[in-house]
Design a protein around this ligand. Structure first.
Ligand code: PEP
Ligand code: MG
Length: 889
């Protein structure tokens, strides 16, 4: 016969913490606490397998369950010395759900189960009439709500009615007779609402509650939650049935919740709240103000548990010690004190802020509770992002204006501006500005750079604003649809407020909130625990971490964060600078090669200077520079007066400029005449860029004595010949420059693998490449037939509907993009074992994708500067998951 029920407490502990899959988190930990000698009221857990069997068998319980529940209940009766349903000496129980991971949306708790018109008298004899009738009405209310589905307002109305009748306002002013009246009213109302009397038989009550827990596994809220958090339906939930202990039987009783360390700072101090003479839900309901556990934390007028219940407090301190030593992690615990005696009702690893998670991991490693590798595993790399940006002071005053998507973390305050030019102009005068746009485009880059934060009213998490802001480390709130922007009036409105250009607002890019005025901030600390953990991570990781950067500021930031070179320098971003865009446009619109060469000659010094600055910052480290990639129309003017300006500069007319612009425009801007195809149509463009790179490298070598390591990267290769031709051109220029200067610098030439065809013929391509860098942005677009903007349009719906498990622009899709990366890595290495492999798409900063890169054996990942620490930690975790690094090899 299968075992469906596991007992705990009072000397029989059939479960352990490791059995959470079978017993759920709550049940497994109750058994564990009881087994290590902590005071846990006896009870039993109905396993998650019962839930699965129940649904597999058309909602019927498996054979043997009923007998096992009966037997386990008998044992609890004996342990407690009370009998379920006995009028004189009744056992009351709590019924709680408990999945493997805590899951909101499911039935949670029913307390005081076993009360009825007869047993209430037995409880009254033990704890007094008022306590008994109050407990009975609480039971009807909870059971009526969660098991019978009666609207909770209907219960509130009855209490209000009794209070009104008596002329009082507080629950505490109601006596036993009043609660008796409330119970009577409840029962009538339940009969009216459900068409049946409130169940009096304790066994019927018990099976009703068990059924409600299993039933809630399949309610809509739980289903949605599971889908959003990747929780398989097959896991099921367990049900915990446990003897009641009462925190509301008098002033020597209490109930409370604590964390063994401070969950917001991580400080090693006991942190918690409790209420005297109360039951669990009173703490949550917020009717009475909970009091602190520690005397040191009590404000005037408050009474700590340390003072009010010293003996139970001393026991609780001991429990804290035992739990931390046993679980080796910060615990979130629930307890009840009944008649001065402490009982433990729950323990689990406590949720914590990113800052606390870091501090607790490092502290525990220093305290010897865990080792360094365990500390590395404890911190969620994604959460580190929060620590690298200023954050809003939680104590600061704030007025919410609106809410959008948390597109790029960090907080920023500044004066509202509505155009990129205005942002730049005001920032140049030293003013902090927030750039507010309906949407942003590549032409806004200079304004985004100049701004402290970016707010858009349209677009998703991967809209232009979001991607660029994350790359730059600028806080960004995107798609704040509740805000209306009126460019003409230079004002925005939301929720009845009007904010004009120049007025101050504050963005919280981590929550998506927008506030009126300036909210005080806290600056991040990169030293201390952060540096310690990063140092430990660096010791265990195998993959290098580089950055995607094209400005000196980004390169410097990334170095500070520990980048080991540049994995992608997108040269086109350098073209958008307001001082150069005019020349870039002339280059593009020139009708002759001579015209183009003339403009390119003027661009050369700019490019060379860009590279010199970056090489200096990245001294001795590899710098991958990608030659021009986007289709040319992205650089073209859109407004008539801008076109006119270009026409004038070129000595031609407006009509000619318009015609050229139309010629160059691509229907699908992600495909077509871009990347190496431009380099083949207009070889002089790549030649100029290559020259700028070599001249800059030589200049820096002469200046510093250390030659930089340029890696020249050809984008969008699909055919071997494309790489062969462009590589030959780069080599020709290199020799030309080396000949002219009499100087030589080492360099390599490689390509991006960002088209499916390139991945499939990677062996042939490898013959002409020194390195591959996986451009998973374009690879995702071409594999799925999606554009990056689609991620803000309908992909969230696809994820919600389960058509896609995850947004493929965030995490590498293993079936398409991942499979191609694996094929290309294998073929490339087979053809050329020394081929260097990296990734430079946005995925390079995503922990799940970094784990994938470790498995495929890439040499490095490259990500935006602010993701560098995230990537260092994620790479370390990936190396540990792969079995650690063999440092003897
Ligand atoms: C890529 O395609 O992954 C890539 C890094 O290039 P871009 O995002 O500039 O197209
Ligand atoms: Mg690309």
């Amino acid at each position: 016969m299968a075992k469906w029920v596991y007992s705990f407490g009072a000397g029989l502990n059939e479960g352990r913490a490791e059995m959470r899959n079978l017993l759920g988190g709550k049940g497994a930990n109750l058994a564990e606490m009881a087994a290590i000698g902590l005071p846990v009221p006896p009870g039993f857990t109905i396993t998650t397998e019962v839930c699965t069997a129940y649904y597999d068998n058309g909602r019927r319980y498996p054979e043997g369950l009923e007998d096992q529940v009966e037997a386990a209940l008998k044992r609890v009766e004996q342990a407690v010395g009370a009998v379920f349903g006995d009028a004189k000496n009744p056992l009351l129980v709590s019924v709680r759900s408990g999945a493997r991971v805590s899951m909101p949306g499911m039935m949670d708790t029913v307390l005081n189960l076993g009360l009825n018109d007869a047993t209430v008298e037995g409880i009254a004899a033990r704890g007094g009439a008022r306590f008994a009738w109050d407990s009975y009405r609480r039971f009807i209310q909870m059971y009526g709500g969660v098991v019978l589905g009666v609207d909770h307002h209907r219960f509130e109305e009855i209490i209000e009615h009794v209070k009104l009748d008596k002329g009082v306002t507080e629950d505490t002013e109601l006596d036993a007779a009043d609660w008796h009246r409330v119970v009577h009213g409840y029962k009538e109302m339940v009969q009216d609402a459900t068409g049946r009397p409130f169940p009096q038989a304790p066994h019927e009550q018990l099976w009703g509650a068990i059924g409600a827990v299993f039933g809630s596994w399949m309610n809509q809220r739980a289903i949605t939650y599971r889908r959003l958090h990747d929780i398989p339906e097959g896991w099921g939930t367990a049900v915990n049935v446990q003897a009641m202990v009462f925190g509301n039987m008098g002033d020597d009783c209490a109930t409370g919740v604590c964390f063994t360390r401070d969950p917001s700072t991580g400080e090693n101090v006991f942190y918690g709240e409790y209420l005297i003479n109360a039951q669990g839900e009173d703490v949550v309901a917020g009717i009475r103000t909970p009091q602190p556990i520690l005397k040191a934390k009590a404000k005037p007028g408050e009474r700590s548990m340390e003072e009010a219940l010293p003996a139970a407090f001393a026991d609780l301190l001991r429990v804290r010690e035992v739990l931390e030593r046993h679980y080796r992690d910060m615990q979130d615990i629930e307890f009840t004190v009944q008649s001065g005696k402490l009982y433990m009702l729950q323990t689990r690893n406590g949720k914590r802020t990113a800052a606390a998670s870091l501090k607790i991991a490092v502290d525990m490693a220093r305290e010897g509770l865990i080792d360094e590798e365990e500390a590395i595993k404890r911190v969620n790399p994604g959460a580190l992002d929060q620590l690298l940006h200023p954050t809003l002071d939680p104590k600061g005053k704030r007025t919410l204006l609106s809410r959008g998507l948390p597109a790029s973390p960090g907080a920023a305050s500044g004066a509202v501006v509505f155009s990129a030019d205005e942002a730049e102009a005001r920032a140049a005068k030293g003013e902090a500005v927030i750039l507010v746009r309906i949407e942003t485009s590549p032409e806004d880059i200079h304004g985004m750079h100049a701004a402290k934060g970016i707010l858009t009213t349209r677009g998703g998490m991967t809209s232009h604003a979001a991607v660029v802001a994350r790359g730059m480390g600028r806080p960004c709130v995107a798609g704040a649809g509740g805000i209306t922007v009126d460019y003409a009036a230079q004002a925005l409105s939301a929720g009845g407020h009007i904010v004009r250009a120049g007025d101050t607002i504050t963005l919280d890019g981590a929550t998506g909130e927008v506030f009126l005025g300036a909210v005080p901030m806290i600056e991040p600390k990169l030293s201390g625990d952060f540096a310690t953990l990063m140092g430990w991570a660096d010791k265990v990781r195998r993959m290098k971490v580089r950055t995607n950067a094209e400005t000196p500021t980004d390169a410097e930031t990334a170095r500070r964060f520990g980048a080991e070179g540049i994995g992608l320098c997108r040269t086109e971003h350098m073209f958008f600078d307001p001082g150069r865009i005019g020349v870039v446009r002339q280059m593009i619109l020139a009708e002759t090669e001579a015209g183009r060469r003339d403009a390119l000659t003027r661009l050369l010094p700019f490019q060379r200077q860009d590279f010199i600055e970056i090489f200096r910052i990245m001294a001795g480290l590899p710098v991958t520079i990608r030659l021009l990639d986007p289709p040319l129309h992205e650089f073209l003017p859109h407004k008539e007066e801008e076109m006119e300006e270009v026409a004038e500069g070129l000595g031609t007319d407006l009509a000619t400029v318009k015609r050229r612009a139309a010629d160059l425009s691509e229907a699908n801007p992600m495909l077509g005449h871009r990347g190496c195809r431009l380099g083949i149509s207009f070889p002089e463009i790549y030649a100029m860029q290559a020259r700028a790179i070599f001249e800059a490298a030589i200049a820096v070598k002469q200046e510093t004595g250390e030659a930089p390591l340029p890696e020249i990267m050809i984008p969008l290769v699909a055919m071997t010949r494309e790489l062969e031709i462009t590589r030959a051109e780069v080599k020709r220029v290199a020799e030309e420059v080396f000949g002219e200067t009499g100087q030589h610098v080492p360099y390599s030439v490689g390509t991006m693998i960002e088209l499916p065809r390139a991945a499939l013929i990677a062996d042939a391509i490898a013959a002409h490449a020194d390195f591959f860098s996986f451009g998973t942005n374009d690879l995702t677009q071409t594999v799925f037939g999606l554009s990056r903007d689609d991620a803000g349009k309908f992909l969230p719906l696809y994820v919600e509907k389960g058509i896609l498990p995850k947004d493929p622009f965030v995490s590498i899709d293993p079936d398409g993009v991942g499979a191609l990366v694996a094929i290309a890595a294998e073929k490339g290495r087979a053809a050329k074992p020394e081929l260097k492999l990296g990734i430079c798409g946005e995925h390079g900063g995503d922990p799940a994708s970094i784990a994938f890169c470790e498995k495929v054996g890439l040499d490095y990942v490259s990500c935006s500067p602010y993701r560098v620490p995230v990537a260092r930690l994620a790479a370390a975790q990936a190396a540990l998951a792969a079995g650690g690094v063999d440092r003897t090899a």
